[in-house]
Design a protein around this ligand. Structure first.
Ligand code: DQA
Length: 147
């Protein structure tokens, strides 16, 4: 059975109450439940993690590198400047998909740059929760095509 990690970066613990006009009204728990249901449909095992701390995200990726076949990650604001997180993703050599609830190309200038994108197989941005679900579908398709 394929195994994937869903990783949420900083401030995503406040989903549902944080800038709902930008990020929607679904809570992190509600989002994870939808991802869990999709993973059950796809017969994929999934583990969830959220942290507001760069090092914790990196440690989690390292710790699960042998367990997981791939990663779906919303790096939050780390997207735009964390070379350490980027190195962690490329270092474990697992296929990763970057996802964003909002459309990072159509917001402030600083959000247009993703330092994570070059080490990911795909980026989904701007479709709210669908960005995560499309990220899971894309990753699973990719993993199945490789096996
Ligand atoms: C985000 C976009 C980032 O720019 C922002 O810092 C976030 C959330 C998104 O999902 O749209 O925290 O990754």
């Amino acid at each position: 059975m394929l195994k994937i990690l869903i990783i949420h970066g900083p401030n995503l613990n406040l989903l549902g109450e944080r800038e709902p006009d930008v990020y929607g009204r679904t809570t992190l728990e509600g989002l994870n439940q939808q991802i869990q249901s999709l993973c059950e449909e796809l017969s994929v095992q999934v583990r969830f993690f959220q942290s507001n701390h760069e090092g914790n995200l990196i440690d989690y990726i390292h710790k699960h590198r042998k367990w997981a076949d791939g990663i779906v990650i919303n790096p939050g604001a780390f997207t735009h400047y964390s070379y350490a997180l980027r190195d962690a993703i490329s270092g474990v050599a697992l296929p990763a998909v970057e996802v964003h609830l909002s459309d990072i190309q159509n917001r402030e200038e600083f959000r247009k740059i993703s330092v994570i994108k070059p080490v990911c197989i795909h980026q989904f941005s701007g479709d709210g929760i669908e960005s995560y679900l499309n990220g899971v579908r894309y990753l699973v398709q990719h993993l199945k095509s490789m096996s």
